[in-house]
Design a protein around this ligand. Structure first.
Ligand code: ATP
Length: 378
C-alpha cells in the first residue's frame, strides 16, 4: 500500500468536550498529530478522558471547540460533523461485541453491510491474517478468548478503516495470553499499515505496543511522545510517578544544570535557578547497590523476588527510601549495610513543593536523547 503524501494523518486541534451538566471538561484543549501507520496509546488514570477522546474521533460524541481531521479532511468541528458510519473508523470494544448468532465468516462479512461476493477475498485474507480461516464456520462461543479478540480485529480491519480504535483491547485476557496477543496484534497492525489508537491503564502495554504515548490527566494531554522519552524525561511529576516506578530524592541546584543530593552531584535536565530546592526522579534501574563495610550510605529494608530481578527497598542514611532492581542472583539480607550509587548520565528534576502535575510549574527538560540510552557511574 502506498503511504499517503500528507503527514499528520490524524490531527486534533484544541478539542474540548464538556458533557451536559458538567462543570469540568472531560477533554480539554486536546491537540496532537499522528502519522499514517503509527500506533498511539492513551495512558492515564480512570476518568482522565481516554474513552471520550476515542468516541470523539469515532464521531459518537460531538465537541464544541476545536477540530478533528482524518486523512486530509475535517471530520468534525463545532458546526460540522461527519456521522460515525461515514468516517471509516474501525472500533474494537473491550468486550469485542461479536454477534453470537453469526459464525466467524459471517461476523467479518457483517462489517461490509452487504453480502456481495466481491468481499469474499478480503474476508478470506483477513481471517487468514488473524489465523482464523480454518475456524470460519465456528460461532463466537466456540472460540477461545484470544481467538475472539482476533476475530474482533479481523472484523474491524476488513473494511480497511482509516484509523482503528481499540478500547482496552487486552483487558479481558489473562496475563500470558495478553502478552502473546500484544505481539500478534501489533504484527497484524504493522502488516496492514493500520493507523491505530488504543487506550489502556497499563503502562507496560502502552510501551510494548505503541510508537507514541499520550499521557492524559483530568482531560488534559500532559505529554505526547515516544515511550522512551515518556519514561526517561517525563515533563511532569505526575507522569514520572504514574508511568513506571519512580522515587524522588531531595536535591538542591548548586549551579546551573547541576543538582546536589545525598548521593552526589549530577547534571540535570533543567534550567532551574541556582539555590532552588528540587526533587530528583530516580528509576529503580538507575540505583546500584554495592556490598561492603566501608563508605556505606544505606541499609537494605526489603527484598522482593520477581523472577528475573530482585527488587530491593533501600533506606539512605539521610532518610529517603529508594527502589533498586538488581539481578535475581544478587542477594542481600534485610538490614545489610550497603553503598548506594546512581548510574545515570543526567537526572530529571521537579520543584520540591510541587506534588501535582501542573505543567506550568514544571521545568522543561532540555534533553539530548542520544544520551538517554547510555549510563555511567557518577
Ligand atoms: P476509564 O479508564 O475509567 O474508562 P476514561 O479515562 O476512559 O476512564 P472517560 O470515560 O473518557 O474516562 O471519562 C472522562 C470524564 O467524563 C469522567 O469524569 C466521566 O465521568 C465523564 N463522562 C464520561 N461520559 C460521560 C457522560 N456521558 N456524561 C457525563 N459525564 C461523562
Amino acid at each position: 500500500m502506498q503511504v499517503p503524501e500528507w503527514c499528520e494523518y490524524l490531527k486534533l486541534r484544541n478539542v474540548t468536550k464538556t458533557f451536559p451538566g458538567q462543570d469540568v471538561p472531560a477533554v480539554s484543549n486536546l491537540s496532537f498529530d499522528l502519522d499514517y501507520g503509527e500506533i498511539l496509546a492513551f495512558l492515564g488514570p480512570s476518568g482522565c478522558g481516554k474513552t471520550t477522546t476515542l468516541r470523539l474521533i469515532a464521531g459518537f460524541e460531538h465537541h464544541h471547540e476545536g477540530q478533528i481531521c482524518l486523512a486530509g479532511r475535517t471530520v468534525s468541528s463545532p458546526d460540522y460533523s461527519i456521522p460515525p458510519e461515514k468516517r471509516n473508523v474501525g472500533i474494537v470494544f473491550q468486550d469485542y461485541a461479536l454477534f453470537p448468532h453469526l459464525n466467524v465468516w459471517e461476523n467479518v462479512r457483517f462489517s461490509f453491510n452487504s453480502k456481495a461476493r466481491k468481499h469474499n477475498d478480503t474476508i478470506k485474507f483477513m481471517l487468514s491474517l488473524v489465523g482464523l480461516y480454518d475456524f470460519r464456520n465456528r460461532y463466537p462461543h466456540e472460540l477461545s478468548g484470544g481467538q475472539q479478540q482476533r476475530l474482533a480485529l479481523a472484523r474491524a480491519l476488513a473494511p480497511r478503516p482509516k484509523v482503528l480504535l481499540l478500547d482496552e483491547p487486552f483487558s479481558n485476557l489473562d496475563a500470558d495470553l495478553r502478552e502473546q496477543m500484544r505481539v500478534e496484534v501489533k504484527n497484524i497492525l504493522r502488516a496492514t499499515e493500520t493507523t491505530t489508537i488504543f487506550v489502556t491503564h497499563d503502562q507496560e502495554e502502552a510501551f510494548a505496543f505503541a510508537d507514541k504515548v499520550g499521557v492524559l490527566q483530568n482531560g488534559k494531554l500532559e505529554q505526547f511522545d515516544t515511550p522512551e522519552k515518556i519514561y526517561h524525561t517525563p515533563l511532569t511529576r505526575f507522569i514520572a510517578d504514574f508511568v513506571g516506578e519512580a522515587d524522588f530524592l531531595p536535591g538542591t541546584i548548586v549551579q546551573a544544570g547541576v543538582v546536589e543530593t545525598d548521593l552526589g552531584l549530577f547534571p540535570s535536565y533543567s534550567k532551574v535557578p541556582e539555590g532552588a530546592e528540587v526533587e530528583v526522579m530516580i528509576r529503580p534501574d538507575d540505583v546500584k547497590i554495592l556490598p561492603g563495610t566501608e563508605h556505606t550510605n544505606g541499609e537494605i529494608l526489603q527484598r522482593t523476588f520477581r523472577g528475573s530481578i530482585n527488587s530491593y527497598m533501600v533506606k539512605l542514611d539521610g532518610g529517603t527510601v529508594l527502589h533498586s532492581d538488581q539481578p535475581s542472583t544478587l542477594l542481600f539480607d534485610t538490614g545489610t549495610r550497603v553503598r548506594v550509587q546512581l548510574e545515570v548520565e543526567h537526572v530529571v528534576v521537579f520543584p520540591r513543593t510541587n506534588q501535582e502535575s501542573d505543567r506550568s510549574h514544571s521545568y522543561t527538560p532540555d534533553v539530548d536523547m542520544s544520551l538517554a540510552g547510555t549510563k555511567q557511574v557518577i
